[in-house]
Design a protein around this ligand. Structure first.
Ligand code: TXA
Ligand code: MG
Length: 317
């Protein structure tokens, strides 16, 4: 039995004791809901892979309360310090080398000598980290290959029965997963676009950021052009559609869209569109249609992350 708990102080304490007992709890972050487990405990991490039904051991993100907690697990290089000062807490995940003395589960980094780490900027996530006193492994709280959850109800749809609790902190503000930046090599590489933009990172570091949108799924670099079907609705998705064809349901964007359609943002606001994206993909994914048509989204700012997720949703499966 999985319970949805309003994120009161008392319920956060209940969730924290579940986590300390090695059990799993979903918690809200500013990006999407995470599937939390004790990142020091291989059994808890294994239970996360099992609950997500993740066949491959795709490495997981660790959530910590602050930079000094991160520094107990990974090597904080100069670039990491600059970016953490500017963007933590916030939607930026850094890939950094594991310290020799790092106590994080080895399964969590799936055999890599690096760790993906971030400090979330959501009061409930932060209160939970403080209450449990543990680093939390936290992949998005969806079954493998499906759309990330941005509400507690989404989490229940996918993981109900498999975890103890979902802490309900309302809908996620950002709506797409964090930017993932690999700082373990000579040049920073943006593995997954998100709300922290490549140009913002370049401005802080004074160094060009390479982008590798195709590589993120398995952490390891994949051959370019190979788009895996992630974030996948059941219905096929058609991108850059000026309008829906017969039998399709439309996800619109901008003021030119016909009235009465599901519109990511009628005013053309990319922040609003990102926050609505996953909920709208779920809502559109209904039997009775033959596909989902999505209007074009500009490839700027958060539109880069939105289009990345949409291309994955539309990738052949
Ligand atoms: O916004 C987010 O980041 C959410 C919330 C819950 O924090 N979490 C999330 O986690 O999206 P997850 O596990 O679904 O995505 C982690 C991504 C994966 O694409 C994974 O391949 C990559 O980060 N990753 C994790 N560890 C890595 C590593 N050591 N090297 C390269 N990529 C890594
Ligand atoms: Mg995910």
């Amino acid at each position: 039995m999985t319970e949805i708990l309003p994120a009161t102080e008392e319920n956060i304490a209940r969730a924290a004791s579940s986590l300390r007992a090695g059990r799993l709890v979903s918690f809200p972050t500013e990006t999407v809901y995470g599937l939390g487990g004790n990142a020091l405990d291989d059994h808890a991490v294994a239970a996360i892979y099992a609950a997500k039904n993740r066949p491959d051991f795709n490495p997981l993100i660790v959530h910590v309360p602050d930079l000094s907690a991160a520094a107990t697990f990974v090597h904080i290089n100069e670039a990491a310090r600059l970016l953490a000062d500017r963007f933590w807490p916030g939607p930026l995940t850094l890939i950094l080398p594991r310290l020799a003395a790092c106590k994080l589960s080895l399964l969590l980094s799936a055999g890599l000598d690096t760790v993906a780490i971030r400090v979330p900027n959501h009061p409930v996530a932060r209160a939970l980290l403080t209450a449990c006193g543990l680093p939390l492994a936290g992949p998005s709280a969806n079954p493998s290959g499906r759309i990330s959850p941005t509400t507690a109800a989404h989490v229940m749809e996918g993981l109900g029965g498999k975890i103890d609790y979902v802490l309900d902190g309302g809908p996620c503000k950002v709506g797409v997963e964090s930017s993932v930046l690999d700082l373990s090599g000579p040049q920073p590489v943006l593995l997954r676009p998100g709300a922290v933009l490549a140009e913002e990172i370049t401005a802080i570091l004074g160094q060009e950021v390479a982008t590798e949108q195709q590589t993120v799924d398995h952490g390891a670099r994949k051959s370019p052009g190979q788009l895996s079907s992630h974030y996948a609705p059941h219905l096929p998705v058609r991108l850059n559609a000026p309008h829906a064809e017969p039998g399709e349901t439309l996800i619109a964007f901008g003021p030119a869209a016909p009235a009465g359609t599901r519109n990511l943002s009628a005013s053309g606001d990319l922040l609003e569109a990102a926050a609505n994206l996953f909920a709208f993909l779920r809502a559109a994914d209904q039997p009775g249609y033959r596909g989902i048509a999505v209007m074009p989204i500009p490839e700027t700012g958060l539109g880069i992350a939105i289009n990345d997720r949409l291309r994955r949703a539309a990738a052949p499966r």
